[in-house]
Design a protein around this ligand. Structure first.
Ligand code: DGY
Length: 324
């Protein structure tokens, strides 16, 4: 079968596909494909494996009538119009579970880095501003026994909460569409309404999927209800936050700090004012970027397509109703 891979993925995934006898073409470039290039390349193959952040909309599915399946090397699928894929009979799979630990590590890293102004202090050294020991300058805040609020407590939120509880004995509160009984039992997590999440969290970490309902959920209004001493962490998707409202809230002292692994847009403009704020740490969407996790993601994405090529259901299919 012919497979188009939209961006170079770890070799382990490629080896799996070639050893299964598939004919592979890779878009081996830093430049994302245009919508037309993506359609043209996908029209010539049976399967597509998305290794980047390409968008797959209704227009794409309409113009690729021979496509048999789409496999994403990501857990998030906000870049795919799933209802359209279903309408055109295309199963779509993702890579859930295996990146939870690595992504939770980045949330933890950002929480700690923001609380101690780590990136800012690193820049001070680079700019020759480390003049000596100053007992009152650029002080951080401690995390011990503070309250961690999780917006969207799924696998990644659970991992982060587990680490924060073990390291700092943080009290865990969470807001979800449904109760997470395991988190309540194992971590003593407390289910709260959205307003209580905002008003009670010392650190509020976003782990929800980006949907029409969650886009812009964190904005001027929500920031005014949060503690002035609060830290906001986002390792989910940039568009959950209204970034200019966040900038203002940080500049006005309405929020204490923010740690972002995802921004809106990506890549972030290097002149973005957030990058110069003392209490802000930004990373370039590296949540899953470890060798182990990316290897596992590539293997899972490839395995999904191999199952599809054998006429089986892809194990991690998102639009499962397609098989009924
Ligand atoms: C994911 O898997 O969704 C990561 O954010 C990378 O896109």
């Amino acid at each position: 079968m012919k497979i188009f891979i939209t961006r170079r993925i770890p070799q382990k995934g490629i080896d799996l596909l070639t050893s299964a006898g598939h004919d592979i073409r890779i878009h081996d470039s830093d430049m994302p494909l245009t919508a037309i290039e993506l359609i043209q390349a996908s029209q010539q193959v049976d399967y597509v494996l998305n290794g980047g952040m390409q968008k797959f909309d209704a227009h794409f599915f309409q113009h690729c009538p021979n496509l048999k399946a789409l496999s994403l090397m990501s857990v998030g699928y906000d870049n795919v119009d799933i209802p359209a894929a279903t309408r055109y009979g295309i199963p779509v799979s993702n890579t859930p579970g295996i990146l939870s630990g690595a992504t939770a590590d980045v949330a933890f890293l950002l929480m700690l880095a923001v609380s101690r102004k780590a990136f800012f202090n690193h820049k001070r050294i680079l700019h020759g501003e480390w003049k000596g020991f100053d007992p009152t300058a650029h002080l951080g805040i401690e995390l011990n026994n503070k309250t961690l609020g999780i917006y969207g407590l799924g696998r990644i939120g659970f991992e982060f909460a587990r680490k924060a509880r073990a390291a700092y004995n943080m009290e865990i509160i969470y807001y979800n569409r449904s109760r997470n009984e395991e988190a309540e039992r194992v971590l003593g997590a407390r289910y709260v309404n959205f307003d209580d999440l905002l008003t009670q969290s010392d650190v509020l970490s976003i782990h929800a999927a980006l949907t029409a309902a969650t886009a812009g959920r964190f904005n001027r209004d929500t920031f005014t209800r949060m503690k002035n001493s609060a830290i906001l962490i986002n390792t989910a998707r940039g568009r959950l936050i209204n970034e200019s409202d966040l900038t203002q809230a940080l500049q006005n002292g309405q929020l204490w700090g923010a740690g972002l692994d995802v921004t809106d847009p990506e890549p972030m403009d290097p002149n973005n004012p957030l990058l110069n704020l003392e209490n802000v740490c930004v990373l370039p969407h590296i949540g899953s970027a470890t060798t182990e996790t990316r290897d596992n993601m590539a293997i899972m994405a490839a395995s999904n397509l191999i199952a599809a090529s054998r006429g089986e259901q892809m194990p991690q299919t998102i639009n499962k109703e397609i098989y009924t």
